[in-house]
Design a protein around this ligand. Structure first.
Ligand code: ADP
Length: 401
């Protein structure tokens, strides 16, 4: 079976076509600047070649038609007919409390997704546009929603509840949901596979450290806690997000700056984190470069970033009464030896005996061990693959329906 994976943003569609017989990627690409007809384009990668084509695209349906015609194109295509596509898997931000696993999309599910816009106002409308485009352009094709929140549905109530008036939860659904679930699920399962153990016998800490970043505690195969919360703003220091702060800061800063609540929350999402502390750089590579050159604010951003990751790892070891294995993943987690070294140094009292040389000489793109053989806790780099995870879950839903 071939599965098309769609990740729709407000003006973009990321796609991958996978052959599930061997889990190989046949083609992948990105449609950008939908709704800006003068500039809209598709970048398509297949058969070792990358092509960018400009074409006016008014909406997501036109963007998707462009993708589909390219997939069957004589020159750039990888399939003969769209009939070869068994189903479409959609990355969907929010499943709220109802969806703890991927689901075949019908009218009821569509209505639930619309109800969830209030919980994910930045992403849900775009996710829905992507699904509606598929329903319109690929009549009769099965669509599956794979939720970023679903893996976290197993958290116990004392982990997901905030200690705020209970009615906020009952009336408005205020609680920790967690995100990056598809990635954490993939990383934890891959780590168990690499260790040759049953995930049900393991305590794992999965660190997805990219521009957006979160950590997840996985005990016996189930998420028991995660650092992102009601929105992706909670938890770690990120490229432009603050992570944890005292909520009383919000009223205080609004009073001082005369910013309104929207501007203040936008500042926490878009002008904080590495960017806020360094005052210049949200990209981790820049933080490393300028901190190495002695820029004081970049040095502070680097230290704070690492310090918070360390604290979350420590707290999840306490929450699970130990840890068997830790994984680093995503843009920074997979690539930055310095970050991993700074996080893991001085953790030997917890049984983490980390191999500085292996960490420096890791092989990019591969599952790679960076702890010593004698270490009580195994530490690995596990490159994440959210598209493959979405395709696997989609196939599973289709086959068991
Ligand atoms: P997201 O998916 O949340 O946008 P990514 O997982 O793509 O983020 O990660 C982006 C981050 O990864 C950036 O901060 C970037 O600096 C960092 N990154 C990418 N490549 C490297 C590298 N070779 N070394 C260090 N950091 C890197």
């Amino acid at each position: 079976m071939k599965i098309l994976v769609i990740n729709a943003g407000s003006s973009s569609i990321k796609y991958q076509l996978l052959d599930m017989e061997n889990e190989k990627v046949l083609a992948k690409g990105l449609v950008e600047r939908i709704g800006e007809p003068e500039y809209s384009s598709l970048t398509h990668k297949a058969n070792g070649k990358s092509s960018t084509i400009y074409r006016p695209l008014q909406d997501h349906a036109q963007g998707l038609e462009f993708v589909l015609s390219t997939l069957v194109d004589n020159e750039l295509g990888v399939i003969k007919s769209l009939d070869e596509i068994g189903a479409v898997g959609h990355r969907v931000l929010h499943g709220a409390e109802k969806y703890n696993k991927a689901v075949l999309i019908d009218d009821d599910v569509m209505n639930d997704l619309k109800d969830n816009i209030v919980l994910g106002p930045l992403h849900m409308p775009a996710n829905i546009l992507g699904i509606e485009a598929c329903k319109k352009v690929m009549l009769g094709k099965k669509n599956v929603a794979v939720f970023d929140t679903a893996f976290h549905a197993t958290m116990p109530d004392y982990a997901y509840m905030y200690a705020v008036p209970y009615s906020w939860y009952e009336n408005y659904g205020v609680r920790k949901y967690g995100f990056h679930g598809t990635s954490h699920e993939y990383i934890a399962n891959e780590l168990a596979k690499v260790l040759g153990k049953d995930i049900k016998d393991l305590k794992i800490i999965s660190c997805h450290i990219g521009n957006g970043a979160s950590i997840c505690a996985v005990k016996n195969g189930q998420c028991v806690d995660t650092s992102m919360g009601f929105t992706p703003l909670e938890g770690l220091v990120m490229g432009t997000r603050s992570g944890d702060i005292d909520p009383a800061v919000i009223e205080f800063v609004m009073d001082k700056t005369k910013m309104n609540i929207n501007e203040t929350v936008t500042a926490l999402n878009k002008k904080s984190g590495l960017l806020g502390l360094s005052e210049h750089y949200s990209d981790h590579r820049d933080i490393m470069k300028y901190s190495n050159e002695g820029d004081k604010k970049s040095m502070l951003a680097r230290k704070k970033f690492v310090y918070v990751i360390k604290k979350y790892i420590g707290s999840y070891i306490a929450a699970m009464n130990g840890v068997d294995a830790i994984a680093f993943s995503a843009g920074i987690g997979e690539n930055s030896s310095e970050m991993r070294e700074e996080v893991l140094q001085d953790m030997n009292f917890m049984g983490i005996d980390f191999d500085i040389e292996a960490n420096k000489n890791f092989v990019r793109g591969e599952n790679f061990k960076i702890s010593k053989d004698t270490s009580k806790v195994a530490v690995y780099i596990i490159p994440t693959n959210e598209e493959l995870s979405i395709a696997r879950q989609t196939k599973n839903v289709i086959e068991n329906h």
